[in-house]
Design a protein around this ligand. Structure first.
Ligand SMILES: Nc1ncnc2c1ncn2[C@@H]1O[C@H](COP(=O)(O)OP(=O)(O)OP(=O)(O)O)[C@@H](O)[C@H]1O
Ligand SMILES: [Mg+2]
Length: 461
């Protein structure tokens, strides 16, 4: 089966160690999502009759703000290699989204899957497409009229002159092919016909309202209207690219892509419902928000398993995995409607972060803040260094301010680092010294007034 090759077979341990590259700590949450991902794959291997019985074990991640919930989701998306959609549950209550139906998340997931399968297909047919494109390009460069194209076959009764042509033409063509391949023609121009696919005019109309009925207005119209083509003068490499893309489109069997994508969604799709706490709890009964309980009731059938109509066909949601996350400051998971609670049997709590974690977050992840600032300063020709005690100091201040004012988790590090490096950042282009080391003293000096003055830190850091 094709799906199996697309759904990655990372082991739980591998998934956790991938997540470890970006997220410090939170081992329990990493473990839970890694297991859930692996279970998708396991289910694929089970005989069909039992397969349908195995329901996904949906997860709720609970933890204070800024401790890595969304970050885990983002990284997981890249690892899962299955259709993965991250969406804020609160979207469905927001003013602009009144009436936006919850089923649209399944439609979005289908689009994601279609793009995934399509790009797999792209890779598969690209070689062939390039071959055909090369022939077409050679035809453009060397119109086959005077000497018949070899594939034209034999034309009986032609004049002897043509026979001479036939002899030389393939070799001319081959010589040209050589020139084309070794790049000697890269600076030459050629005229190509470009089919206009985008019709910006219709973008305006095909907003989300119509989209949600499962009709693609753009497709409808573009099939009605005659295809517009335009001649364009482009350099040879670009022409080859254009022709290749055209051939790719012709070679891809869209019916199969759609079929595969739908099955991929049904069997392996993952929806990450972020900010689920925002739809928990009793409605306050004011404002234009859609009732939160209403949103929960809308989500429920999708999580329980229903059929959603998309423009590509019906999708069964029974086996889609849902991972929810929320801070649950005001509300509790028990404030969710009971039916929905029951559909999220796995609960994991994320730890709040302290000084030690901050030290690691500043330095360890692949995208660690300190690495980012160093790279940025390097563009100005400055080697920025942080002494170990400076890192300690930053972490300490972050933890302290989180305690004194509001605990915003690792996000505190962003505001602090920005303030800390404000001065250097501004003056960097004019600085003459090639290396700067940030010391604990410098950190203290730059941030002292904010740390001492609680009100000030509330606003600035
Ligand atoms: N454990 C961690 N390791 C590394 N970086 C982290 C960690 N926790 C948070 N961060 C960083 O802090 C920022 C905020 O984290 P994230 O968006 O995951 O918060 P969250 O838990 O989803 O919070 P919220 O409940 O407010 O949505 C991100 O840029 C992330 O990289
Ligand atoms: Mg978040």
């Amino acid at each position: 089966m094709k799906e199996e090759t697309l759904i990655h077979t990372f082991t739980p341990r591998e998934i956790v160690s991938e997540l470890d590259k970006y997220i410090v700590g939170q081992h329990e949450a990493k473990r839970a999502v890694a297991l859930a991902l692996r279970n998708r794959w396991r289910r694929q291997q089970v005989p069909d009759d039992l397969k349908d019985e195995i329901a996904p074990k949906n997860i709720i991640m609970i933890g204070p703000t800024g401790v890595g919930k969304t970050e885990i989701a983002r990284r997981l998306a890249k690892l899962s290699n299955a259709p993965f959609l991250k969406i804020e549950a609160s979207k469905f209550t927001e003013v602009g989204y009144v009436g936006r139906d919850v089923e649209s998340m399944i439609r979005d997931l289908v689009e994601i899957a279609i793009n995934m399968v399509k790009s797999e297909e792209n890779k598969r047919v690209e070689f062939k497409a390039r071959e055909i494109a090369e022939e077409r390009l050679l035809d453009l460069l060397l119109p086959p009229r005077p000497a018949p194209h070899p594939s034209d076959g034999l034309r009986s009764g032609e004049k002897p002159l043509e026979i001479v042509g036939e002899k030389t033409a393939p070799s001319t063509r081959e010589r040209l092919r050589q020139l084309l391949r070794n790049g000697s023609l890269d600076e030459r121009f050629v005229d190509v016909e470009i089919t206009q696919t985008s019709m910006p005019m219709f973008e305006i109309f095909s907003g989300s309202g119509i989209e949600e009925m499962g009709i693609n207005v753009k497709d409808m119209f573009s099939n009605l209207l005659p295809k517009k083509t335009k001649r364009k003068k482009v350099k040879i490499p670009e022409a080859l690219e254009i022709l290749t893309q055209e051939e790719v489109q012709k070679l891809i069997d869209m019916d199969r892509v759609v079929k595969e994508a739908l099955s991929l969604v049904e069997q392996g799709g993952i929806v990450f419902l972020d900010e689920i706490d925002k739809i928990a709890g009793k409605d306050q009964g004011h404002g234009p928000d859609v009732s939160r309980e209403g949103v929960q009731r809308d989500i429920l059938p999708i999580v329980e398993g229903t059929k959603v109509n998309t423009k590509h066909g019906m999708v069964k949601t029974d086996h889609i995995l849902f991972i929810a996350a929320g801070a649950f400051y005001v509300s509790k998971p028990s404030d969710l409607i009971p039916e929905l609670q029951g559909r999220f049997p796995i609960r994991v709590e994320l730890d709040s972060l302290g000084k030690e974690e901050f030290v690691r977050i500043l330095t360890e992840p692949k995208n660690a803040l300190i690495k980012q600032y160093k790279a940025l300063m390097k563009t100005e020709g400055i080697e920025l260094e942080f002494s170990p005690d400076a890192v300690e100091k930053i972490a300490e201040i972050a933890a302290e301010i989180n305690e004194k004012t509001e605990n915003i988790g690792a996000r505190r590090l962003y505001t602090i680092m920005e303030k800390l490096l404000d001065d250097i950042s501004f003056k960097a282009p004019e600085m003459s010294e090639p290396a700067i080391t940030i010391t604990a003293e410098y950190v203290e000096e730059q941030l002292k007034e904010f740390v001492e003055d609680e009100d000030l830190s509330r606003y600035i850091l």
